[in-house]
Design a protein around this ligand. Sequence first.
Ligand code: GLY
Length: 411
Amino acid sequence: MKKICIVFQTILVLGVFFSSCNLSYKAQKDDNVDVEDELVYCHEQIKRSLQMIKKDSCLLPRSINTLSDQWNMIDVYDWTSGFWPGILWYDYENTRDEVIKHEAERYTNCLIELLNPKHRGDHDLGFQFFCSFVNAYRITENPYYKQIALAGADKLASFFNPKVGTILSWAHIDKSMGWPHNTIMDNMMNLDLLFWAAKNGGNPDYYRIAESHARVTMENQFRPDYTNYHVAIYDTIDGSFIKGVTNQGYNNESCWSRGQAWAIYGFTMVYRETRNKEYLRFVEKLTEAYLKRLSDDYVPYWDFDAPSVPERPKDVSAAAVCASALLELSFLEDNQSLAAHYWTVAERTLASLSSEKYKCGNQKPAFLLHATGNLPAGYEIDASINYADYYYIEALYRYKKMKGLQLAKKN
Ligand code: GLY
């Protein structure tokens, strides 16, 4: 606790200093996000969405196209199916509104179908079970949710390839794409489910699997400038790294901004779980590479290296993922000036996302505008997307709790 307090004291002092560094951000009326107002906004948008979507169905809202105000709905097999229940859990945690809890429980239970052996699944089981069942268990402490989340972790761990040392991310395209064992950067996020399972009554070996995945990814999937390849291809016979390519970025050598945000969030989590300083030093480098390329309103273009003509869409999801990660990293950091820097960047990112430019307001029932899902494949470009909203509400709630700690220290 003492260490946390020292870090936060320093954050307050150095926040001012860092405000003039690196990025020429035009401050909003106040860089201290009015977190209560923003969480009320999220709650109101959720209630609007619940009114609009079909009741008693297991279809879940995924995205809203640029010119629409209607949710595109998906079934539980979609990779994003955990985010809507996760949004509801965060909102319930903040408001204690029993109507929201009821909906969170109902949508969470829909995802049990993912355990059906007829559904093969892939690395996205991590997003799906962590955002829904692990949040449900964390908030309610109901052992039923824990039991289902542990079964989800078993299914995710079954994709681990000991020869390579990582999880096979996309089992469905291993042969068709000539990608015998592929590991995508997004997969870093899903180690959270394995670390959680290892310390919550699941197979303790999942800690080793998660750590192995992180280490092999760290050693192979980054360029010398600490940007990453979206997809790493490995040899299934000898386990060696063959090449790095992209699926959702501009090209194989470009830095897809959400991929970099997934890496920052993922390696922050790996440091949280292992306390191995090698990962902390590594995530500092990843963050530096991201911040060096960032636009002056803290919301990146969809790919840092995409040409500016025609106009590049932005991606609020990368910004929201990164803001949430940097709040946690500021808490874990042993270098106090960096801790202050990360806190300031996260705060400014949230202030920017909470401005008129990025919020849906009355236009649409989602939280945020201007997310980009998969530009090369031509969908969800400059849209509202559930995972942008999930990491936005997670970051707001983290910020609120951490601010509370700061205030408790001052009083
Ligand atoms: N995990 C897929 C994506 O980030 O678009």
